[in-house]
Ligand binder design. Structure first.
Ligand SMILES: [Zn+2]
Length: 131
């Protein structure tokens, strides 16, 4: 990857990290302010609060991904897939500068995650032992 491209990606990531940090701080502030709300099922405030909590989790995982990408830049592995070691396409990094996996591996990981990370196992060797 060209040095000027890398610098631009880095600037984007730092900008993104700063805006995520600001959003997270604002959201935490909002959530703190709502602690006194009556816990009543169907209360629209509670629904709002749940949405904020989910949003906060999303932002925090994006922040973690952004920081991983920045760290990868520091040690010179940015743009290399964490899983297979192949280069991540520049088009993908353009859209998602915090990506640490190539499209193929991301698809694979997403699929595993949907299944609860555990590959399904249909049989065990013990089932076939005689004794
Ligand atoms: Zn990969």
């Amino acid at each position: 990857m060209k040095a000027d491209t890398l610098q631009r990606e880095k600037d984007l990531l730092i900008e993104r990290r700063n805006s995520l940090l600001a959003d997270i701080a604002a959201l935490k502030e909002t959530l703190r302010g709502e602690v006194d709300v009556d816990i009543d099922e169907g209360d629209p405030d509670v629904v709002e609060r749940e949405k904020s909590v989910i949003l906060l989790e999303t932002l925090q995982s994006e922040l973690a991904a952004t920081e991983d990408a920045l760290r990868a830049m520091e040690i010179g592995t940015y743009g290399i897939c964490d899983r297979c070691g192949k280069p991540i396409s520049p088009e993908r990094l353009e859209v998602k500068p915090e990506a640490t996996l190539c499209v193929t591996c991301q698809g694979e990981v997403d699929r595993l995650r949907r299944r609860g990370m555990a590959p399904t196992r249909r049989w065990k060797a013990e089932d076939y032992s005689f004794g």
